[in-house]
Design a protein around this ligand. Structure first.
Ligand code: ZN
Length: 558
């Protein structure tokens, strides 16, 4: 008697080979048969007309705080995700001394797009070291399977305390940080992550600590993975981080390097492809670099109270430290406006490059402005014979900065993004699930790849799309027993209707600790999601579950 048989599905096994009609039988959380199955089952799911694939592996999430109050990691499982990698970009919450908790939360509030109040009332701080953090997650149980990076900014804050976002480290401090990375890897981390990105700031524009690291520190911490002989290095770089340096880090550690974020920019259309060319050349030199690419256009909803999209501009850095009155005064200042216009006149790979056609008024605060909703700043400014920046700032100032804007900033040229998605050295990633919660929700990136890119645009076959979401990330992270439908593999499964699969419209919900809001998207065409053989989601979303079916992953192939 099998625990579960999914009958007559079109099976995409993750390898990229042609789909075939088969039954899949599951016992004790593992796949035991693929093909015609024998014997009865406690649960039979008729999957005629539906597609079955391994559960999606989301390699770029930021659930590190959320997981302590929501181990189900809403909404990812309802969007077909059965394994998440947390701690990307070095933003983690362990190790952390009790006295530094507020400092760490103040850093997270900005990049995670979550209020300090939510983090304060939400995070369960029942740990201090990284190994204790993993133990705490495991004790409590996890919904999907979870793997964690050791994060550079946490390690740096643990050693340098208040100086972490201020200065370079001494040789002694670097040695202490390196010991923490080694300790984390021994405890079961999946690798070491960091960021160099100008966009990554804590509260009041304080840079994320890892941005202060010099080359020696990065070399020393990355090479800690050489000792463990396993794990992945990951970095969110910025336009000024040279690829040869990243390759040097990969070579020093002898480990694969996942380079984020290779988002296509129409202002510098060749730069992501140049990065991928460097990555391909690195492989020929024996260095395993991969580019993290995204299936989603990068879209932000924001107000000028906290305009994340502008904060990558040099001229905007000082505004992050201002109170409301000083902020409003500066936004009205013609000299400030001119300096922003001048900076935007020099195209660079950054979040916002002055492409006003892709900046929209989403929701106005005053009824008399209602007619502006849905229009682009470009069109509105032209009609008013104003510079777009002046138009946008004046509109916002006139509404107490409460005007809601949407910027479709990067990754919206579908021909170019299709090429990025198909690149043999790209990893389809960058959902940022658990971060930027007030601005966007791309947790449904996998369903979007299957529906939009594969079914609608034919940018890649469904077999290829499935491999990109499953076997490729599993191989990169050394997750041996997942990312494939085959006897002996863990029963992480996604059953979907290929005719309707996709992600729904984003919605604002108010369910964060302290009642704060976040954006979420429903899955479309999802019929069932299983983690280790237990159903975790169905067509209506997440299924309540006790005990939690996921595993904390601590063992990775070398
Ligand atoms: Zn990130």
């Amino acid at each position: 008697m099998h625990d579960l048989v999914i009958k007559a599905a079109t099976v995409y096994d993750g390898s990229g080979t042609a789909a075939r009609r088969a039954d899949v039988a599951v016992d004790d959380g593992r796949i035991v048969e693929v093909g015609p199955t024998s014997g009865a089952a406690r649960e039979v799911v008729d999957a005629d007309g539906l597609a079955l694939m391994p559960g999606i592996i989301d390699t770029h999430t930021h659930y590190d705080a959320q997981i302590t109050w929501d181990p189900m990691l809403n909404p990812s499982p309802s969007l077909g995700v059965t394994t998440v990698i947390m701690g990307n970009c070095g933003f983690t919450i362990a190790p952390c001394r009790p006295t530094d908790r507020d400092l760490v939360m103040r850093n997270l509030t900005h990049v995670e797009g979550m209020s300090l109040e939510s983090l304060r009332s939400g995070i369960d701080w029942s740990f201090e070291t990284f190994p204790q953090y993993l133990d705490a997650l495991e004790r409590r149980g996890v919904g999907p399977n979870v793997a964690c990076f050791v994060g550079h900014s946490s390690v740096r804050t643990f050693v340098l305390r208040d100086d972490a976002p201020r200065r370079a480290a001494t040789a002694e401090e670097v040695a202490q940080m390196r010991a923490l990375v080694v300790e984390g890897m021994k405890a079961g981390a999946c690798g070491f992550s960091t960021t160099r990105n100008m966009q990554h700031n804590g509260e009041a524009g304080i840079p994320m600590p890892s941005r202060l690291a010099d080359e020696q520190e990065l070399l020393a911490l990355s090479s800690a993975l050489k000792e463990s002989g396993r794990g992945v290095l990951m970095m969110t770089k910025d336009a000024t981080t040279p690829m040869p340096f990243i390759e040097q880090l990969a070579q020093g550690a002898g480990r694969p390097y996942l380079v984020a974020a290779l988002l296509h920019s129409e202002m510098t259309p060749e730069s992501t492809f140049e990065d991928l060319e460097h990555i391909e050349a690195a492989h020929r030199r024996g260095n395993r670099l991969y580019g993290a690419v995204s299936a989603c256009p990068l879209t932000f909803e924001f107000t000028l109270h906290e305009p994340y999209v502008f904060e990558g501009l040099r001229e905007w850095q000082r505004l992050m430290k201002m109170d409301a009155a000083a902020l409003k005064a500066t936004l009205s200042d013609p000299a400030f406006r001119q300096s922003v216009k001048d900076e935007l006149a020099v195209p660079q790979r950054r979040l916002f490059n002055g492409d006003w056609k892709k900046m929209f008024v989403t929701q106005v605060a005053k009824p008399q402005n209602k007619s502006l909703e849905g229009a682009s700043i470009h069109d509105l400014a032209r009609a008013a014979s104003r510079h777009p920046l002046d138009f946008m700032l004046d509109l916002s100032l006139g509404e107490g900065l409460d005007t809601l804007f949407t910027g479709t900033l990067l990754n919206s040229d579908e021909e170019a993004v299709g090429r990025l998605l198909r690149d043999p050295n790209s990893i389809v990633s960058l959902s940022d699930a658990g971060a930027h919660l007030t601005f966007l929700c791309d947790a449904g990136f996998g369903l979007h790849l299957l529906g939009h890119w594969s079914r609608d645009l034919h940018a890649l076959s469904t077999e290829h799309a499935v491999r990109k979401l499953t076997a490729e990330p599993a191989a990169l992270f050394g997750i041996r027993d997942r990312g494939a439908i085959a006897p002996g593999k863990a029963a992480d499964l996604l059953l979907f209707d290929p005719a309707s699969v996709g992600r729904g419209k984003s919605q604002r919900v108010f369910d964060l600790p302290a009642g704060a809001s976040r954006l979420t998207t429903p899955g479309l065409g999802v019929h069932g999601v299983w983690v280790n053989g237990e159903r975790i989601a169905d067509a209506d979303g997440i299924v309540k579950h006790a005990p939690m079916p996921g595993r904390l992953l601590r063992e990775f192939a070398s």
